[in-house]
Design a protein around this ligand. Structure first.
Ligand SMILES: *Cc1c(COP(=O)(O)O)cnc(C)c1O
Length: 377
């Protein structure tokens, strides 16, 4: 049986990326590697649509978030965060841990924070130093209008705009320079079609100034050191050499497709996935759907464990479970990274097999047909 991953990180890795990483290791001071790293640095600017530096850290995405908080801010700095899922909650936990001064807005899971809510929080907290926000909240499959929020923050404060773009970069439109963002983090195992292990952070000039002024202690996760090395196409410590080489390959794929086409493909797949699920009589969870992952309510009377076991052991499909209070209530289908139209037919087809097997009523073929129609329209 073929095993197929439909989770929003790790995501499937293309064969050419795996083959590049399987080559014998090279030394990171070797000119061959320096050339690769400098190409990666240039291509990451294209990915984030920026002329400003994008640093690469050897860590998962959360390391990039932590480096952002400890490098840009100082103890006592007031940070606004938005908790509408696991990852927005994480920005809040980082803020509480490192500056100890966090204004946390809470929004219902599956709902996006509105620009007016951010504006109100800024008006009530004029001393805010940073707004930490999640572009695509993976736990709830919910997308937030970062462009509009960035504009409101810029017009009404000097707060730095820090975006968790971990499942947005390479899935949703992200224009770092045009939107006036200050830090945007992503991770290798999401839209970049790579194994876990790298975090990438785009940093503005304003962020670079804040980094010079920050008083929060850090050592390995210092963006000051990372920026200094970046200027020489170097890294402060031994980079994850094989992963950087894999990233070189996946960035070539993204460049060949064109970043705008990559965004459009994700939107197209997300729409088709939602159509397919709805046609099977399943309710969608988010009212502001992400293009990276589709969360779906489990049909009434369907037990998550039975459903997941049938999907996995009889069809080889891994989807993601719901988190926290939605565990056992929703599941999440990923279309982030290395996916195409036929993958959506496949996953909806597998859902049909599974739902049939466990006795959920629907018309056989209706989900697959809805996916096909979505691609024709
Ligand atoms: C996966 C993810 C993270 C955490 O990344 P790790 O690589 O697991 O550290 C943070 N934010 C979002 C939105 C994510 O999807």
């Amino acid at each position: 049986m073929k095993k197929r991953l439909f989770t929003p990180g790790p995501t499937p890795v293309p064969e050419n990326v795996m083959l590049r990483m399987a080559a014998p290791i090279i030394h990171h001071r070797n000119p061959e590697f320096v050339e690769i790293l400098s190409r990666v640095h240039a291509d990451l600017k294209y990915l984030f649509q920026t002329e400003q530096p994008v640093v690469v850290l050897s860590s998962s995405g959360t390391g990039g978030m932590e480096a952002t908080v400890t490098s840009l801010f100082s103890p006592g700095d007031k940070l606004i965060t938005v908790n509408g899922g696991k990852f927005g909650e994480r920005w809040g936990q980082l803020a509480k841990t490192f500056t100890g001064n966090c204004v946390e807005l809470t929004v219902e899971w599956g709902t996006a924070v509105q620009p007016e809510q951010i504006l109100e929080a800024l008006k009530n907290n004029p001393d805010t130093k940073g707004v930490l926000i999640t572009h695509s909240e993976t736990s709830t499959g919910t997308a937030t209008d970062i462009k509009a929020i960035a504009q409101i923050v810029r017009e009404n404060s000097d707060a730095l705009i820090c975006v968790d773009g971990i499942t947005a970069v390479g899935a949703h439109e992200v224009r770092f320079d045009e939107w006036g963002l200050d830090a945007c983090v992503t991770g290798s195992q999401k839209g970049l079609m790579m194994p876990p292990g790298l975090a990438m952070i785009a940093l503005s000039e304003r962020a670079a100034k804040a980094i010079e002024a920050s008083k929060t202690p850090n050592y390995y996760f210092s963006l000051k050191k990372a920026l200094k090395s970046h200027a020489k196409d170097d890294t402060p410590y031994t980079p994850a050499v094989s992963l950087v080489i894999g990233l070189d390959e996946s960035l070539q794929m993204i460049k060949a497709e064109g970043i705008e086409n990559v965004w459009k493909r994700h939107e197209r797949l997300a729409n088709a996935c939602r159509e397919g699920c709805a046609a099977l009589g399943m309710k969608l969870f988010s009212n502001s759907p992400s293009f990276a992952v589709t969360p779906v309510w489990l049909p009434e009377g369907v037990d998550w464990k039975t459903f997941n076991k049938a999907l996995k052991s009889d069809n080889g499909i891994t989807v993601a479970a719901g988190q926290d209070e939605y565990k056992g209530k929703i599941f999440r289908i990923s279309h982030l990274g290395f996916y195409d139209e036929l993958d959506m037919l496949l996953v909806i087809g597998a859902l049909e097999f599974t739902l049939k097997q466990i006795g959920h009523p629907f018309e056989y073929g209706s989900g697959v047909s809805a996916v096909q129609k979505a691609f024709l329209s």
